[in-house]
Write a protein that binds this ligand. Sequence first.
Ligand SMILES: *Cc1c(COP(=O)(O)O)cnc(C)c1O
Length: 453
Amino acid sequence: MNNQAFVQRDLAVLWHPCSQMKDYDPAGGSLPLIPIKSASGVWLEDFEGNRYLDAISSWWVNLFGHANPIINQALKDQLETLEHVILGGFTHEAAVTLAEKLVEITPPGLDKCFYADNGSSAIEVALKMSFHYWRNLGQSQKTKFITLENSYHGETLGALAVGNVALYKETYAPLLMDVITVPSPDCFYREADESWEDYSIRRFVDMEEALARHGEDVCAVIVEPLVQCAGGMRMYHPVYLRMLREACDKYGVHLIADEIAVGFGRTGTLFACEQAGISPDFLCLSKGLTGGYLPLSAVLTANTIYQAFYDDYQNLTAFLHSHSYTGNALACRAALTSIEIFQTQDILGRNRQLAAVMAKAVEHFNEHPHVAEVRQTGMIVAIELIKNKQTREAFPWQQRRGLSVYRYALSRGVLLRPLGNVIYFMPPYVINEQEIQLMADVAWQGIQLAVQD
Ligand SMILES: *Cc1c(COP(=O)(O)O)cnc(C)c1O
């Protein structure tokens, strides 16, 4: 079966995520739908043998390449032993060992692990746990959450409510709980001569003010540590997290760190919070958790929070949240094996070298008349296109300039998936120097085409 025939089968029955389906119309749509037959390492292969470098780790989930032999073998073994069992009232080896490992490798003070099966669900769990903790303590006036502008925490209604990307949120606004939204420390908006650190400190004034004003009624502040990924890979300095941790303690408010996208080495450290030397009250993990193999998420929290739910059943303080596939054995095994790879190979050390290679490969983009900024945090590099570099006027979103880069890159065998006018690289950690160079060359050529009138 060739690509076109397969796409026809798809379009007859499938509704794709995050898509205007009309874009895929083979007669005149603006996006080709690419059927993938197999994948290996950083490469995806379609039904006609064309290959695509997966520069975005298949939506930021893949760490050690597709069809990784170590994870594949571990999953085969797990499959022969136990594929899944109910986690209410029952337990199993992979779920326990993974929880032990997560407690061990995450920042200090996170002692308990609650599983869910995707990122948005982990956010729902953290929001509900925080609210419920305060309620169990008799502080039921605490019902609000503070979030940052341009943040993203997923698509379910609770997660969408604490997110702030208008494109995903606006339509559903009438369905969403009210949140307190504070300006982001996003360093794209710093003054020309201002450092990331100075700007992040300056922006904290708004957060401090919101906490001082609303702290009594607030359960938690939720943030994406260091990089607001879906919001266009916007970045800020760790000092903001340090200040936020102190202020949350001062005002008696929880800190929820959504490391769903940035966890597991993306920012240069295993977890982004490490760069600020802080521990959140809730740490949400998913995406890279299983190395990109299977849906799984985890919320790590402190014993003190766990203890507030621990009581005789009749007192009705328990956290009764559940998902059918909570703690799925195959997913836990994939996660465990992925963490073992971190512990047996110097992944973070190698990533530092790869990050330096990426930095070098995109250095010259800074001189481009339509590049407003090249920014990087660890294994995430973003290139922001702009209509006018002097006035900082953006390209109108309707022109979909990023889409031209996407289409061009596909024709050159690279999967880049710009966020609006932001081109970014977030590759699997098994990428090599040559492949990084290819990614950068293709992005450069794609930008040349996309900024023409
Ligand atoms: C992707 C993402 C989520 C949502 O995870 P899903 O598995 O897609 O529901 C939440 N927060 C952040 C920061 C993310 O990048």
